[in-house]
Structures are given as structure tokens and as C-alpha cells.
Design a protein around this ligand. Structure first.
Ligand code: AMP
Length: 400
């Protein structure tokens, strides 16, 4: 069975074709600048040279058509016809309270996704466009939606409710949803496997540290709390997002800087975080380089980031009544030796410490805490595409 995994942004389509017999990636690629001048498809067949196709790609349907053409091309394709694609799995950012698991896409599911647009105005519309494009180009091929929010639906009410008038929850669905759920789910399963333990016996804290960053408390295999909230703005400091702050700052800045609601949203989502504090970049590599060269604000931004992660770890230890393992994943978590040190070296009170030799690792699943540590620390590379492919196979494997 071959599954096409699709992740649509407003002007991009990321894809992978996965052979589910051995979970190998047959090809992957990226369509960029949809609807913008200079649109391009970069297609990478496994074991072959990368192909760059420049074409006018005015919408997602044309983008999906080009992806299928690339996958079936006699020269750089990996399948002989579209018929080899058994199912399509889509990353969908927001499933609200309606979806606690991945689902087969039906007209009723599409209606529910439309209803979630209000809560994820930037993310759900392109996800829906991607689904519609695949239905148009591949009619009859089953499609599955895999939600960023689904894994967090097990949070108890005291963890997901905000202390504002209850009607805001009832009328508008204002509550903590959490995001990156596919990643938190994957790395928690992986670490249990690596430790040779049952997921249902472990208390795990998963730190997804990338451009967007979130942390989750996973007790006996179920998420009981996570740092992102109603939107992906809450919680940790991020590349360009503020993370948690005193909500009174919002009207204060609006008045002082004469900003509209949309402008202050942009201020907190795009101009804040590590970029806002350092004034250097949102990319941690640039900020680490600047800090090493003596830039004090860059160093401060990194300290702020690490301190916030450590504070959340402490609070989740309290929430779970202890912790057995802490996992670092995503771009920064998998690759930044110094950031893991900064965070991990403040956790001696838990009975754990980073082993500098073991921590000298990038993008590889490995324990990084000292031998005999009471609480283990691991690097686990995330693989959201594989979770989407697995869920799609689980739902569509018996169809047709
Ligand atoms: P993601 O959103 O998961 O793709 O993560 C992107 C972030 O990971 C960027 O801010 C990168 O700077 C950071 N990152 C990737 N590789 C490294 C590295 N070797 N050292 C530090 N940060 C890195």
C-alpha cells in the first residue's frame, strides 16, 4: 500500500509518498510560491537526483496535479500510475473538540473542518484547499485528516479551561487545544519503545523545540497538559512568537503603539519571541552565532528561551506527580547541543544531568542523560509524516 502524505500551507504543498509495506519514503518534495510569481516544485525521488520544476502554479489543484505528474514521470517518477496511490493523508491543523483522532474525510467531516476555520484562520483554509485539490485530481481515492490538536483532546478540563467567563468556552469554544500533537504522540511512543517500557507505565515530558515550540505532559500514554493554547501563540518563547505573557500587555501595547487587533496579533506572532528579544533573527542558528560573537541580546534571548522551557518542565513534573523521561525533538531540540545543555543542566534537582559526550549528537535517537540518571533525557527525531501515513493506512487499509 502506498500513501501520499500532504501538508498544505497557504502558498505551499509539502508531500511524501510512503510505501507502507516497509514505511520507506519513495519520494518527497515541496511546491512553493503557489499563486505568486516564481512558483516552483522541488521533487526528490529516493536515491535519485533532485528535480526542480519551474511552472506557473496558480492554485493548489495545479500544484497537486504537478506533484502527481512528478511522481509518475517516466524519468524521475517512482510509480507508474496514479492508481498506485491507495490513499492520501492530510495534516490538518485544527480539529477543535470534534476530532480526538484521525478520520476518513467525508462531506460531514469537511463541514466540520469549515466550522473550525474561525479558530485557525491561517491554517485550516489551505488544509481544506489541499483536500479539495486531491479530490479533484484523484477522485475516488480515500483521504484521511490527521489533526495537530487531536492528541491533546485527552486533557482534563482543569488543564484546558481558561479562567474567563464560562460562556466564552460555551459560545465560542475558547479553551486550550494544543498543537504539534502528531509530533508529541510520535516521540512519546518512540521513547517508550527505545527504553523497552510500556507507554502506559511512563510519565513523559516531550519538548518540541522548533520555530514553533511546545511542550506536553504525557501520563500513561495520554496528554494531560500542553503549553500551546487556543492558538499556537501561547506557552514557550518561539522564533517569532511571544509565548505566554500578561494579557494586559495586549491592550497596553495597542494603545501605546496605536495598533489594531490584527496588528497586535502580528506583533505577537511575527515580531516577538527570539527575534523580538535578540533583534538578530528568528533562526536559532543565527542567534547562537551572534551570542557566541558577544551579542548580549542574542544571549539573553537564548537564556529566556531555555528558562521558559525549564519552568514548564518543572510545572509538568508537578502536574504528573513526577517524571520518568524528558524528550527533545524538532529542529532545535534535535540539533542544538548547546540549547539542550542550557535546559538540561538546570534539572539536577530532578536527579538528572546531561552527559556531554552522549549529548554530542544531532538528529539521532539517543539517550543524552548520564548513566544511572533517575530521570532519563533523550533526543528523538520527530516524524509527523510517518504518523500521518500510519493513521491513513490504519483507516484506509481495509477499504475497497
Ligand atoms: P523546525 O521548525 O522544527 O523546522 O525547526 C527550525 C529551527 O531549528 C530553526 O530555528 C533552526 O535554527 C533550528 N535549528 C536547526 N538546526 C539547528 C542547529 N544545528 N543548531 C541550532 N538550531 C538549529
Amino acid at each position: 500500500m502506498k500513501v501520499l502524505v500532504v501538508n498544505c500551507g497557504s502558498s505551499s504543498i509539502k508531500y511524501q509518498l510512503v510505501n507502507m509495506n516497509d514505511e520507506s519514503v519513495l519520494a518527497k518534495g515541496l511546491v512553493e510560491r503557489i499563486g505568486i510569481e516564481g512558483s516552483v516544485l522541488t521533487h526528490q525521488p529516493a536515491g535519485k537526483d533532485k528535480v526542480v520544476i519551474n511552472a506557473a502554479i496558480s492554485n493548489h489543484s495545479i500544484g497537486i496535479k504537478l506533484v502527481i505528474d512528478a511522481l509518475t514521470d517516466p524519468k524521475h517518477g517512482v510509480i507508474s500510475s496514479m492508481k498506485e496511490i491507495s490513499a492520501v493523508g492530510h495534516r490538518v491543523v485544527h480539529g477543535g473538540e470534534k476530532f480526538a483522532d484521525s478520520v476518513l474525510i467525508t462531506p460531514a467531516v469537511m463541514k466540520a473542518l469549515e466550522e473550525c476555520i474561525e479558530m485557525a484562520p491561517l491554517h485550516n483554509p489551505p488544509n481544506i484547499m489541499g483536500i479539495n485539490a486531491c479530490s479533484e485530481i484523484m477522485p475516488g481515492v480515500p483521504q484521511v485528516a490527521v489533526f495537530d490538536t487531536a492528541f491533546h483532546q485527552t486533557m482534563p478540563k482543569e488543564a484546558f479551561l481558561y479562567a474567563i467567563p464560562y460562556e466564552a468556552y460555551e459560545k465560542y469554544g475558547v479553551r486550550r487545544y494544543g498543537f504539534h500533537g502528531t509530533s508529541h504522540k510520535f516521540v512519546s511512543q518512540q521513547v517508550a519503545e527505545l527504553m523497552g517500557e510500556k507507554l502506559s507505565d511512563l510519565r513523559i515530558i516531550t519538548c518540541h523545540l522548533g520555530n514553533g515550540a511546545s511542550i506536553a505532559a504525557i501520563k500513561n500514554g495520554k496528554c494531560i497538559d500542553t503549553s500551546m493554547g487556543f492558538t499556537p501563540l501561547e506557552g514557550l518563547v518561539m522564533g517569532t512568537r511571544s509565548g505566554g505573557l500578561d494579557p494586559a500587555i495586549v491592550p497596553f501595547i495597542m494603545k501605546k503603539e496605536n495598533l489594531s487587533a490584527d496588528q497586535v496579533d502580528n506583533y505577537l506572532n511575527k515580531k516577538s519571541g527570539v527575534l523580538g528579544v535578540s533583534g538578530v533573527s528568528s533562526d536559532f542558528r543565527d542567534v547562537e552565532e551572534a551570542a557566541n560573537a558577544g551579542n548580549e541580546r542574542a544571549a539573553l534571548a537564548l537564556d529566556l528561551f531555555a528558562y521558559r522551557v525549564r519552568k514548564f518542565i518543572g510545572s509538568y513534573v508537578a502536574a504528573m506527580g513526577g517524571v520518568d523521561v524528558i524528550v527533545f525533538t524538532a529542529g532545535l531540540g534535535e540539533n542544538s547541543i548547546t540549547m539542550r545543555e542550557k535546559i538540561g543542566n538546570g534539572l539536577e534537582f530532578l536527579g538528572t544531568r546531561i552527559d556531554p559526550a552522549k549529548n554530542n549528537v544531532r538528529g539521532k535517537a539517543q539517550e543524552i542523560s548520564v548513566d544511572g540518571a533517575k530521570v532519563k533525557m533523550f533526543v528523538i527525531p520527530t516524524n509527523e509524516e510517518l504518523v500521518i501515513a500510519r493513521d491513513t493506512k490504519a483507516i484506509c487499509g481495509n477499504l475497497a
